[in-house]
Design a protein around this ligand. Structure first.
Ligand code: HEC
Length: 303
């Protein structure tokens, strides 16, 4: 009886062995093919080690940085025209931070918040090294041009504002709790501060009394602040919070829902200063000392 059954397991074992062999050989062939496919275009996608770092740095600069900083690092890439602040001309001084390899590395990796200089966190370390070396070379190999800031530039910088002078601010319509609308374009003749804040932003709330103080000290002057809540679904919540921390201030909401994007509100608070002629003067991101002499001087200079 047992003899009847013995051939069956043997043939199925053989079958199994055959299947396993075919699979192993087959997958080996496929992997081999894939390897070939991956290896073949190596000359088009060079290994970082295959190029001298200087050449690789220039190549990477051409891919990631030229659109803003320009081929020679003169800050004249095709995207530069519309950017405020403009991309750095690497030969110009002063820089925002130090002209050192460490500082270039930090800026390349982390970017500069509130500017078009974005973070590059996915670059392999060897590429970062190559880029840093190349940018450092661009920064020190050309004759440096020292830019003496004008009085207005110094005022903006001292108050922590990005220079936006002469640009047309985006359109803005805000509404208060009663639904009363205010158009930015209707406020010509006054200096206007647009204060984009949020109920979930602790330091925005902390700043409200200081802003109120600033407004009070400029009462009677042609100066208006619009406190625009960027995050409250219900404006009543935002107004309640303001009533607690800075009673008397009126809260607005951005009626079109486009204000935050148009005014580059990437962080809260974001503040824009608009001149009486309707043109922008500057924008600032993050906490500021609203009652400092520098701030007051800047706002008074807006007239
Ligand atoms: C979309 C435009 C844009 C691109 C792309 C760009 N940058 Fe910038 N970069 C800027 C702007 C704008 C500034 C000036 C910011 C300021 O004034 O604070 C800047 C400033 C810098 C500075 C000067 C920092 C200082 O202390 O003043 C360095 C260094 C720099 N960028 C490196 C790079 C490198 C490296 C790349 C490519 C990986 C790159 N940038 C790509 C816009 C860009």
């Amino acid at each position: 009886m047992t003899a009847d059954f013995t051939p069956k397991p043997r043939s199925s074992q053989l079958l199994l062995v055959a299947v396993v062999t075919v699979c192993a050989v087959g997958s080996g062939w496929v992997v081999g093919k894939l390897r070939q496919v991956r290896v073949e275009p190596a000359h088009m996608n060079p290994d970082p080690i295959a190029l001298p770092p200087a050449t690789r740095g220039e190549l990477l600069f051409g891919v990631y940085c030229v659109s803003c900083h320009g081929p020679e690092g003169q800050g004249d890439g095709p995207s530069a025209v519309t950017l405020r602040p403009p991309p750095r001309d690497f030969a110009a001084r002063p820089w925002r931070f130090a002209v050192t390899r460490e500082s270039i590395r930090k800026v390349t990796l982390d970017g500069i918040p509130g500017t078009a200089m974005a973070a590059n966190r996915t670059l392999p370390p060897a590429d970062v090294d190559a880029l840093v070396e190349y940018v450092y070379h661009l920064a020190v190999s050309r004759k440096t041009v020292v830019h003496e800031p004008t009085e207005e530039e110094s005022l903006l910088r001292a108050a922590g504002f990005i220079d936006m002078r002469g640009t047309e601010p985006p359109a803005l319509v805000v509404a208060d709790m009663a639904g009363k609308e205010v158009k930015l374009s209707d406020l010509k003749g006054k200096a206007v501060m647009l204060h984009f804040w949020g109920t979930s932003c602790v330091h925005c709330v902390k700043e409200l009394p200081h802003l109120k103080e600033l407004e009070k000290s400029l009462a009677g002057r042609k100066f208006t602040v619009l406190h625009i809540s960027a995050d409250a679904d219900d404006l009543h919540d935002a107004q309640k919070l303001v009533d607690r921390f800075a009673p008397g201030l009126r809260v607005y909401t951005d009626a079109t829902g486009l204000g935050s994007a148009r005014f580059e509100v990437q962080t809260l608070p974001t503040v824009w200063l608009i001149a009486p002629d309707g043109k922008a003067i500057g924008r600032a991101h993050g906490m500021k000392d609203w009652t400092s002499p520098a701030m007051r001087k800047l706002i008074e200079h807006a007239w």
